[in-house]
Design a protein. Structure first.
Length: 235
């Protein structure tokens, strides 16, 4: 009788551990997949960083805008500025990573997909844990979302000034124009202040921003002409 009770206790303990392992597996593997699938159809709410900024500032500005409601120049400009090979890679630009390593890590190598993974699902930081999670979410995003969806989300969660999130909000903030009225120069100016919008201004551009704007305008024209923009603008 005593042995039977001991055996039942062991079975209950084993079941408890199995449940815990199951929850752990769900949280680590299935929950991220569920979140990425969900946000393929529904617009994500504020991520960790946007939420932290909202608490710090007492609120942030964001006007969610569909990709088709943006001037085509806006998407081309951010891709030309941040990730010219966006249509060709599957989340990681290996050439940019190699160049960054050869440059001593002074140059950024994050793709737009990686930035979306960070801004939507994760916190900002440089820990190995965060970078590992970012890589995992990047793979999921590139597997589940379309390229158009990735660009759309990026345009809506990128920061363009303190407390100003999304290119539509940035365009109104700096130029007083709606998303569909953003000119080539305005789009390039907005892209030029990335990834350091708190220290750069699109409406009062420094010499650096002016120079970068000219390069982005040229780059946006190039990717439009050579097909590198086709995956997100229906070329």
């Amino acid at each position: 009788m005593a042995k039977t009770k001991t055996s039942k206790k062991k079975q209950k303990k084993a079941r408890r551990w199995l449940r815990r392992v199951g929850v752990f597996v769900f949280l680590i593997f299935l929950l991220p997949v569920y979140a990425v699938v969900l946000f393929a159809f529904f617009n994500p709410s504020a991520g960790f960083y946007m939420g932290a900024e909202a608490r710090r500032l007492g609120g942030v500005k964001q006007q969610w805008t569909a990709l088709e409601d943006f001037s085509p120049a806006m998407a081309r400009s951010v891709v030309a500025a941040e990730d010219a090979h966006f249509c060709a890679h599957y989340g990681f630009d290996l050439d940019a990573i190699r160049d960054a390593i050869e440059g001593g890590g002074k140059r950024g190598a994050s793709t737009i997909s990686q930035q979306v993974a960070k801004n939507v699902f994760l916190w900002h930081g440089r820990s190995y844990l965060r970078k590992g999670l970012e890589a995992g979410f990047t793979v999921l995003i590139e597997t589940i979302w379309t390229k158009e969806r990735i660009i759309e989300v990026y345009l809506n969660v990128a920061e363009f000034d303190e407390g100003v999130f999304g290119a539509a909000t940035g365009a109104h903030h700096y130029f007083g124009v709606n998303a569909d009225r953003i000119s080539n120069t305005q789009a390039a100016r907005l892209a030029a202040i990335l990834p350091n919008p708190k220290n750069r201004s699109a409406s009062r551009p420094s010499n650096f921003v002016r120079k970068r704007t000219r390069a982005i305008i040229a780059g946006a024209g190039t990717i439009d002409a050579d097909g590198r923009a086709d995956c997100f603008q229906g070329g």
